[in-house]
Design a protein around this ligand. Structure first.
Ligand code: RAT
Ligand code: ZN
Length: 417
């Protein structure tokens, strides 16, 4: 194909590639429909997303306490978010705008503000048809789930070998192992693995068998954990010992990348449930030491604090076994996505994954990705303009290649290395 040589054609090519390229969503909290109530979808789940529950208590009247909120039914909770965050509050936040985008894209009259008729529409959907429709609307080829073998309800679904649609892939989540060894040991013991309250040699051997069995059972794309800002490596901690004796040897044995999401300060206000976490600045040298110490392990890393992004990006230039991804949680806002994507392009070319959705509710895929596509299109359009001004003439195919790279191609190439 011919190199593009005028700015208008360049802009059109960038915007159409960004709108149409298939995306691989490398971290979500979705489940297969066969896992029943674990898969969240529909308007009441959208409205009670923990990002919005946290926002409700910024504006709710004093007598509405979180304790009282949690005793209510899901539709009543959703009514309260609708009333206070949307109708009275103006729906200005990114999470609130996301609900508007999603309902509107589904053809529902969200501006009409008639929640009852929106609920009626969702009640008429069948999840078997609805899931592929959402994936198609979001333009995804697949999404990676978060599969926690330490959660009894999740583990049970895998033991029953329930079917998984082709749009969903697996990831083995190991937070409990790293952050709460006694709880992990108890769960492993209940499943028949001889693990003691301390990670001694025998317990680590049993836990390695546990991980090996789960890797065989669900065939994960990677191992994953989200960690506090205090995460340090090397360290004289149980977590560092579990990493060295158990997790990293497993990663090497099964060629599984290790995904680390660093910087979450959990339960700052426990009454808010999943929305109770805040962010802290982490020490990026922990990632550096892991990359140096374990050159055969691939690390996929995202960090929660905006402050950490530049240092992490520079580190990714130094190690072929480090891949940065996503604008996680409190970074998943247009202003921060824009700045992070621009910086990553400038420092890493297209060797990174610009976003993951972290969707907990199926329908969120629609807004999380349409919002991201828009911001990424603006940033890329500017970058290609600058490149053209410098004398380069990209073709439409090259633009599509580059867009695919940051929407999942670079992740696939990294995993295949
Ligand atoms: O973004 C979120 O929904 C968070 O609650 C967490 O799930 C976080 O993404 C994680 O995976 O730990
Ligand atoms: Zn997550």
């Amino acid at each position: 194909m011919n190199p593009l040589n005028d700015l208008a054609a360049l802009d059109r090519a960038v915007r159409s590639a960004t709108a149409q390229t298939a995306i691989s969503d490398i971290h979500t909290h979705l489940f297969p429909p066969s896992h029943g109530r674990l898969l969240l979808w529909g308007v009441d789940e959208l409205l009670t997303y923990h990002y919005l529950v946290a926002e409700l208590f910024l504006v709710a009247p004093r007598q509405l306490t979180p304790q009282k909120f949690w005793t209510l039914s899901k539709p009543r909770q959703a009514d309260l978010v609708w009333q206070h965050v949307f109708l009275a509050g103006g729906a200005m936040s990114e999470a609130a705008r996301g609900v508007v985008t999603t309902l509107n894209a589904l053809g529902l009259d969200v501006a009409g503000r008639d929640l009852a008729s929106i609920r009626k529409w969702f009640a008429g959907q069948r999840i078997g048809d609805y899931l592929p429709r959402v994936f198609q609307m979001a333009g995804l080829d697949y999404a990676v789930m978060t599969n926690n073998p330490f959660a009894a309800d999740e583990a049970e679904c895998w033991r029953r070998k329930e079917p998984v649609p082709r749009q969903l892939r697996t990831a083995l989540r190991i937070d409990t192992l790293l952050l709460d060894w006694p709880a992990a040991a108890k769960a492993m013991q209940a499943a028949g693995y001889r693990t003691a309250a301390r990670p001694d040699a025998r317990s680590c051997a049993a836990a390695r068998r546990f991980l090996a069995d789960w890797a065989g059972r669900i065939k994960p794309m990677y191992l994953a954990a989200s960690l506090p800002p205090e995460f340090a490596y090397p360290a004289r901690s149980t977590m560092a010992a579990v990493l060295d004796k158990l997790v990293l040897p497993t990663a090497m044995e099964f060629s599984l990348p290790l995904t680390l999401m660093i910087g979450v300060r959990r339960a700052v206000n426990p009454a808010l449930g999943d929305g109770s976490a805040a962010v802290g600045v982490a020490d990026v040298t922990a990632v550096q030491h892991l990359c140096q110490e374990y050159p055969r392990v691939k690390f996929l890393v995202t960090m929660l604090s905006r402050v950490n992004q530049h240092e992490l990006c520079v580190l990714a230039r130094k190690f072929g076994n480090l891949h940065v991804f996503g604008c996680w949680w409190f970074c998943n806002n247009p202003s921060i996505i824009e700045e992070m994507t621009r910086m990553r392009l400038e420092l890493l070319g297209t060797a990174f994954t610009c976003q993951h959705s972290d969707a907990r509710v199926l329908d969120q895929l629609i807004y999380k990705w349409s919002h991201t596509r828009k911001v990424v299109a603006d940033v890329l359009a500017e970058k290609y303009r600058d490149l053209m001004a410098a004398g380069w003439r990209p073709t439409e195919e090259e633009i599509r290649r580059d867009v695919r790279m940051i929407f999942g191609g670079a992740f696939a190439a990294f995993c295949a290395k």
